[in-house]
Design a protein around this ligand. Structure first.
Ligand code: DX5
Ligand code: ZN
Length: 218
């Protein structure tokens, strides 16, 4: 199965951030998921390019930026400039997703589009060819520690079929409410990258949580 684990720093302890990143990296996480929130697209605020640029000095992990911000087109260049390898924006946050997908590729990042729980997979029909990644939100974005919305299983299966038919190179990522109890089922439904926040950084030993999850997915 071999799904990729992307620990989400949203649930990390920023007073010990270097240590926490090193721990999940040593335990075999491949990506680091960076949730950017603006208090407008979602009712919470996190960090911007300055913080991400500082974190970039700490690790070689793939930086997987998840932009939960309105008008993402205004900021993608800044996130690319500080070293985001992957930039995912919300389909609901821009009127011109196709143009933004092309632009992010042009500035040298892999590009993803994220869907909130209310947005059907069918909305991807005319842009799936332009996506390197699709992120299925399995909770309403904004906070860690919420419960996985069961309908997301069906969405992942639907997306897997669309990707197989139209763009097999496109990566399927899932975000929200993933933990050791459902990780395998989520991967079996089609998710190739599992974002996990509270399940990893809420554990007293984040490295052990990564190792246990990797074993579950092997
Ligand atoms: C929520 C964020 C997630 C968050 C997931 O809006 O996009 O990445 O960190 O947290 P958990 O894994 O705790 O649901
Ligand atoms: Zn996220």
């Amino acid at each position: 199965m071999n799904a990729t684990i992307a620990p989400s720093l949203l649930s990390a302890d920023f007073a010990r951030i270097a240590e926490q990143i090193a721990a999940v990296e040593a335990a075999g996480a491949q990506w680091l998921h960076l949730d950017v929130m603006d208090g407008r697209f979602v009712p919470n605020i996190t960090w911007g390019p300055k913080i991400i640029g500082d974190l970039r000095k700490l690790t070689a992990l793939t930086f997987d930026a998840h932009l939960m911000i309105v008008e993402p087109e205004r900021y993608v260049d800044d996130f690319r400039a500080v070293g985001c390898d992957r930039i995912t924006f919300h389909l609901e946050a821009t009127n011109h997703a196709q143009r933004l997908l092309a632009h992010v590729r042009a500035i040298g990042a892999k590009v993803g589009v994220a869907l909130c729980p209310q947005t059907p997979i069918a909305m991807l029909a005319d842009i799936i060819d332009d996506c390197d990644l699709v992120l299925v939100m399995s909770v309403n974005p904004g906070f860690g520690g919420q419960s996985f919305i069961p309908r997301s299983f069906e969405k992942l299966r639907e997306l897997r079929a669309l990707v197989a038919a139209r763009n097999p190179a496109c990566t399927i990522e899932v975000d929200g409410g993933v933990h050791e109890g459902n990780a395998r089922a989520v991967a079996e439904a089609g998710a190739q990258v599992l974002v996990m926040g509270s399940a990893i950084f809420g554990d007293h030993d984040p490295a052990a949580a990564v190792r246990r999850t990797r074993a579950l997915l092997a």
